[in-house]
Design a protein around this ligand. Structure first.
Ligand code: MN
Length: 318
């Protein structure tokens, strides 16, 4: 059993439950109740499972959609503060086992910057997690440059977590099973990351680091094609590097929710062994299953240690 750090691990701030109802309402009542208990727990099952499976630290984040779905900007700013204060109070009770990603109200980029600064300086948070677009606004927009500027200055990452598309694409019509975790969230989130890449965010902020979950939402496997087709269909866009070169330097990935050896090996091949990090996606995925997967994956020990903990430790300055 290897010592692990896990960084896509969620909790629920009291009062935020109704916002996530769209994710859970299709489950039966017993499953909903169990999930609610796991999201609210910081002391019992979570820590017991961590210790049993060798997770020495979880970086915790408010579960989706969190403040990203709030239409009132003032309320979103207040909610981010409430969620972050609550998380800090839980970390303070278990400082050796929990760290935090800040919730940020991207409805106001300047408020997001201020809250990031507050949570890093006051609470020692190690970056931020935002749940995709904010009411249909994507973060390649120059309005968000102030956020990237501050993250780059702090040298801390942003974890871009999935959310549903703002408007469901026609291709999903009649197929609700494809809109969410099976496929649609990955398409949405991978596309969002590509908007940032092709929108020049990483040229403007060359040391900015963005983390994608779910084995990079599939993007690592298309790196070669991004270069090949961008050379032909650039639409007048110029980038300082080839599209593929932003992977592993600006874009990092976690293994959350994909426990496949073949996929892991390919992802490390595309991203480099310094840019892939273990995660579970608790409580939506099983700690035992994810930990067994990474403990037994056909990796050299030095590479396993990077994926399990060292890469996260370096990126989040743990
Ligand atoms: Mn998640």
């Amino acid at each position: 059993m290897h010592r692990k750090i896990a960084l896509e691990e969620h909790f629920m701030t009291p009062g935020f439950e109704a916002m996530s109802a769209s994710f859970t309402s299709l489950m039966d009542q017993a499953a909903q109740d169990r999930l609610a208990a796991q999201l609210a727990d910081f002391d019992d099952e979570r820590i017991r499972r961590m210790e049993r499976a060798g997770i020495e630290r979880m970086i915790l984040s408010q579960t989706a959609p969190g403040v990203q779905g709030e239409k009132d900007t003032g309320r979103a700013i207040e909610m981010a503060r409430i969620a972050n204060d609550f998380l800090a109070s839980q970390i303070a009770r278990h400082p050796d086992q929990f760290s935090g990603f800040a919730a940020l109200a991207m409805q106001s980029p300047q408020a997001a910057v201020d809250e990031l600064e507050r949570t890093v300086s006051q609470f020692g948070f190690c970056g931020a997690m935002v749940n995709g677009h904010t009411l249909g606004q994507y973060y390649d927009d120059r309005a968000f440059d102030v956020v990237w500027e501050r993250l780059q200055a702090l040298d801390l990452p942003l974890y871009l977590h999935p959310i549903s598309a703002f408007v469901q694409p026609e291709v999903f019509r009649g197929h609700p099973e494809l809109q969410g975790a099976i496929w649609g969230w990955g398409v949405e989130t991978g596309s969002h990351a590509l908007r940032m890449l092709f929108g020049g965010v990483f040229d403007r902020f060359p040391r900015l680091k963005v983390i994608l979950g779910h084995m990079g939402e599939g993007l690592p496997f298309m790196r070669w094609r991004f270069d090949s087709r961008f050379a032909v269909y650039s639409h007048g866009i110029t980038l300082e590097r080839k599209p593929s070169e932003y992977f592993g330097s600006n874009i990092f990935i976690t293994t959350s929710g994909v426990c496949s050896n073949a996929t892991l090996m390919a992802a490390i091949g595309e991203m480099g062994e310094d840019a892939v990090m273990f995660s579970v996606d608790y409580p939506y995925e099983s700690i035992d299953l994810a930990c067994d997967f990474i403990d037994q994956a056909p990796l050299e020990d030095a590479v396993r240690q990077k994926v399990c903990a060292d890469n996260a430790r370096r990126l989040m300055k743990l």
